[in-house]
Design a protein around this ligand. Structure first.
Ligand SMILES: Cc1cc2nc3c(=O)[nH]c(=O)nc-3n(C[C@H](O)[C@H](O)[C@H](O)COP(=O)(O)OP(=O)(O)OC[C@H]3O[C@@H](n4cnc5c(N)ncnc54)[C@H](O)[C@@H]3O)c2cc1C
Length: 407
């Protein structure tokens, strides 16, 4: 029976929840906002399946990549909406064209992030773009298994730990399955995201404003006199208006005025100035298991690992137009053909050190000494105050981080 004694030894992939034949494992949110499994002992039959699928209880081999590519989607509008070069969409479109199913992460109606599947090109839109928080995987492993057994092609995309969880859940190789993970910096807390969003909206809007989620603005208008209603229209963690390398966090709000006009407001900050991105990139808001990730460096068992090709301007400057370039790491033989048939790919030799700009491929993030301080402040005062207080203690962390990186 699975028992999480040490939170750093559970990545929250929920393979245990999905494999349980008695469905007696539930996921509960802790104070930091991460989900952990709890077994209902009264229903558990001690079959051991949950332990058999747990990626933290098994070790995986680091794999040397077979090939590395730099890639860009040929459609400029797709590339603009994607975080890097749009390689995810390219792979997903090929699977949809073959009558297949694509699994990925999308925003839910309350702007939390969930895993889901689509069978259409239009459905891919919601998966495009990185959402920098841990997605709820739900029962997507089970859904994917059903499609695979029915002979459908399946592309399953996710974090390295989500892919490792899927592979252990399935327990066998499927020829019709393509697994795609990404170079992963780590996953921030969904609760930190929720609070950040609430506080940002509250800061930007007047006191008499309520935030609507997915409900239509116009039908709501006038139901509460004197109250202004705003709705989030779009969120991008990787807005490329200022370029791929200088990306921004962008939030689009809309409001219906008393005369029925729709006003749209764009809040946008470049990533080094955005507090949420600062806490993410300085490693404070990540899941405890991310600091010793069991699935990096190809250990997840994925067919492909994708990411931003940071440093492409030095390796292949002719490709770099600052509109986004994907790094594609090929781990398995069977999928190479699909990629090499495509003309927009340039193969990069391993001798050119394609991972130099992206150490997150191999290395887990450094756990800041003040992480616990940040989360204790977060519990008391919410995100923005907690982050301000933590920032004032960051010098010590910077020095320790430098030592960690040197080591
Ligand atoms: C939490 C997180 C950390 C990352 N860290 C790095 C990093 O350190 N270095 C790096 O090079 N790249 C990192 N990436 C990946 C990078 O941001 C791009 O997603 C990747 O380069 C693919 O870009 P694309 O242009 O091909 O497609 P895009 O359209 O941008 O990619 C979308 C893909 O990402 C998946 N996705 C989006 N959000 C999530 C989520 N929350 N959980 C699971 N899957 C999700 C979608 O399902 C889809 O498969 C990270 C992504 C996430 C979500």
């Amino acid at each position: 029976m699975i028992k999480v004694k040490d939170k750093s030894a559970c990545c929250g992939c929920a393979a245990c929840v999905q494999i349980c034949p008695k469905q007696c494992i539930s996921l509960d949110e802790d104070k930091e906002g991460f989900l952990y499994p709890t077994v209902n002992r009264n229903l558990c039959i001690e079959c051991g399946k949950c332990e058999a699928v747990c990626i933290e209880l098994h070790s995986f081999e680091v794999r040397e990549p077979l090939k590395v590519f730099a890639a860009q989607h040929f459609d400029e509008s797709v590339r603009a909406a994607s975080s890097s070069g749009g390689i995810f969409t390219l792979l997903a479109e090929a699977v949809i064209n073959d009558g297949g199913v694509v699994f990925g992460a999308r925003f839910d109606s309350d702007w939390s992030v969930v895993h889901d599947f689509t069978e259409t090109h239009e459905g891919l839109q919601a998966f495009r773009g990185s959402k920098y928080l841990q997605s709820r995987i739900g029962n997507t492993y089970r859904q994917a298994e059903k499609f695979l057994k029915a002979g459908r092609k399946v592309l399953f995309s996710g974090t390295p730990c989500q892919i490792a969880g899927l592979k252990r859940y399935l327990h066998k190789d499927y020829e019709n399955l393509l697994t795609v993970d990404f170079v992963c910096h780590g996953v921030p807390s969904p609760l930190v995201w929720k609070k950040y969003l609430e506080e940002t909206i509250a800061r930007q809007c007047e006191k008499n404003t309520v935030l609507l989620h997915s409900n239509p603005l116009i039908s709501e208008r006038g139901s509460m006199a004197g109250i202004r209603k705003r709705k989030i229209d779009a969120i991008s963690f990787r807005n490329k208006n200022l370029g791929w390398k200088k990306y921004s966090f962008a939030l689009t709000l809309s409001e219906v005025t008393t005369d029925g006009e729709k006003n749209t407001v764009l809040l946008s900050t470049i990533f080094p100035e955005n507090e949420y991105m600062q806490a993410f990139l300085a490693d404070f808001s990540l899941r405890p298991s991310c600091y010793a990730c069991p699935a990096k460096g190809g250990k997840s068992g994925s067919d492909l690992t994708i990411g931003d090709f940071w440093g492409i301007e030095k390796i292949a400057p002719e490709i770099d137009d600052d509109k986004g370039c994907s790094l594609v790491i090929v781990h398995t033989d069977k999928k190479v053909n699909r990629l090499s048939n495509n003309s927009i790919l340039s193969e990069i030799s391993l001798r050119q050190d394609p991972f130099k700009g992206n150490p997150s491929y191999y290395i887990s993030p450094y756990q800041p000494v003040n992480r616990a301080f940040f989360f204790s402040q977060f519990g008391k005062n919410g995100f923005c105050k907690a982050w301000k207080k933590t920032m004032s203690t960051k010098l010590q962390d910077r020095i320790l981080r430098k030592i960690y990186q040197l080591l």
